[in-house]
Design a protein around this ligand. Structure first.
Ligand code: CP
Length: 320
C-alpha cells in the first residue's frame, strides 16, 4: 500500500504543495463519476467509514456521504444527538468502540479546535477533519482550490481576497494555507474586530475597505458571519455590516474587471453577500459544492492507499 498523504487529513497547514496538487489532480477523474447515470465505482469496496458529525452540517456531511457511497464504501453516520455522547461518553471511547466493530476511517466534525488531531493520535483508523472549531476545514480549502483552478486554469500568481469573519473561520485558515502553498496572492478584508490579532503573521495582505479589496482581487471568497460563535459586540448590527462590508452588485459593477464570487455556505443573504451576487453570473458557489464530492472522493481514495496514477482506472467496472 502506498501512502501519499500519510494516515490522516487534519489540515492543509501540514501538507506540501505537491500533496495538495496530488489531491486536486486525483479529484479530476472522479468528477466524471457524479455525472454518470449510475454514480458508483468499486474503488473503496469493502471499506467501512464512520461519519461523526458533532456539529451541524449540510454540505460537508452529505458530500462526504455521497463521496463514500460513490466509491462503494459502507458508511454509517453518527451525530451527538441520539448517540451515547448524550450520556457523557467521550470522543475517544466512542471512536474506540467503533474501531472494535472494525471500521477503516473516521470523518469528524467537532466544535472543538484540535478534536480531529486528538482523535487521530489515539485511534488506528484514518481520520479526516471535516471542520474542527475555528482551526481548519481542509476539504473545503481543497474544493475552493479546485474551483479556482477550474476557472483560472492555473493558480500561481492569482489574487484571492477572503472577506468577512476571518476570526471565527476554519475555512479562512485552510484557504490561507492552501492558497499560499499553491502560489496564490492572498488578502483578507473585514472589520478589525473580525480579523485575528496575529493576521500579520499569515503572510497575507489586509484591506480595510471592501471597495479596495474588490479592485485588487480576481476572486472573492466571502465568509459567513458566524453569528453562533459571536458572544456579541463584534459588529454594531447586521445592517451596518452589510452597508460597510457586504458584497453587493453595485460594488462589483464599480470594479474595472470581473471578480469571481465564492462562498463556502451556508450564506446569510443580505448580510455578507447580496442575493443578486450569490445567484449572479460571476458566482461559482454551486460549482464549489459540486467539486466538494470529487475532492472528498480523491481524499478518501488516497488515504485508503489508492495509487494516484490509477485513479482513472479505479473508476472501471461500473455501469454508465
Ligand atoms: N461549507 C460547509 O462546511 O458547509 P456545512 O457547514 O453545511 O457543512
Amino acid at each position: 500500500m502506498t501512502r501519499t498523504l500519510g494516515k490522516d487529513l487534519l489540515g492543509l497547514e501540514p501538507l506540501s504543495t505537491e500533496q495538495i496538487r496530488l489531491i486536486l489532480d486525483t479529484a479530476e477523474p472522479f468528477k466524471e463519476v457524479s455525472e454518470r447515470q449510475i454514480k458508483k465505482v468499486p474503488a473503496l469496496r469493502g471499506m467501512t467509514i464512520v461519519n461523526l458529525f458533532f456539529e451541524a452540517s449540510t454540505r460537508t456531511r452529505i458530500s462526504f456521504e455521497f463521496a463514500e457511497k460513490r466509491l462503494s464504501a459502507d458508511t454509517v453516520n453518527v451525530g451527538s444527538s441520539g448517540s451515547s455522547v448524550q450520556k457523557g461518553e467521550t470522543l475517544v471511547d466512542t471512536a474506540r468502540n467503533l474501531e472494535a466493530m472494525r471500521i477503516n476511517m473516521v470523518v469528524i466534525r467537532h466544535s472543538a479546535s484540535g478534536a480531529a488531531h486528538f482523535l487521530a493520535d489515539r485511534i488506528e483508523s484514518n481520520v479526516i477533519n471535516a471542520g474542527d472549531g475555528t482551526h481548519e476545514h481542509p476539504t473545503q480549502g481543497l474544493l475552493d482550490l479546485l474551483t479556482l483552478r477550474d476557472h483560472f486554469r492555473t493558480l500561481e500568481g492569482r489574487r484571492v481576497c477572503i472577506v468577512g469573519d476571518v476570526l471565527h473561520s476554519r475555512v479562512a485558515r485552510s484557504n490561507i494555507w492552501g492558497l499560499t502553498k499553491m502560489g496564490v496572492e492572498v488578502a483578507v478584508c473585514g472589520p478589525r474586530s473580525l480579523l485575528p490579532k496575529d493576521i500579520g503573521e499569515f503572510g497575507v495582505r489586509v484591506f480595510k475597505r471592501i471597495d479596495e479589496a474588490i479592485e485588487w482581487a480576481e476572486a472573492l471568497n466571502v465568509l459567513r458571519l458566524q453569528l453562533e460563535r459571536m458572544q456579541a459586540g463584534y459588529i454594531p448590527s447586521l445592517r451596518e455590516y452589510n452597508r460597510v462590508f457586504g458584497v453587493t452588485r453595485e460594488r462589483l459593477e464599480r470594479a474595472d474587471h470581473e471578480v469571481l464570487i465564492m462562498h463556502p455556505g451556508p450564506m446569510n443573504r443580505g448580510v455578507e453577500i447580496d442575493s443578486d451576487v450569490a445567484d449572479g453570473e460571476q458566482s461559482v458557489i454551486l460549482d464549489q459544492v459540486t467539486n466538494g464530492v470529487a475532492v472528498r472522493m480523491a481524499v478518501l481514495y488516497l488515504l485508503a492507499g489508492g495509487r494516484p496514477d490509477l485513479a482513472d482506472a479505479a473508476k472501471g467496472g461500473s455501469e454508465r
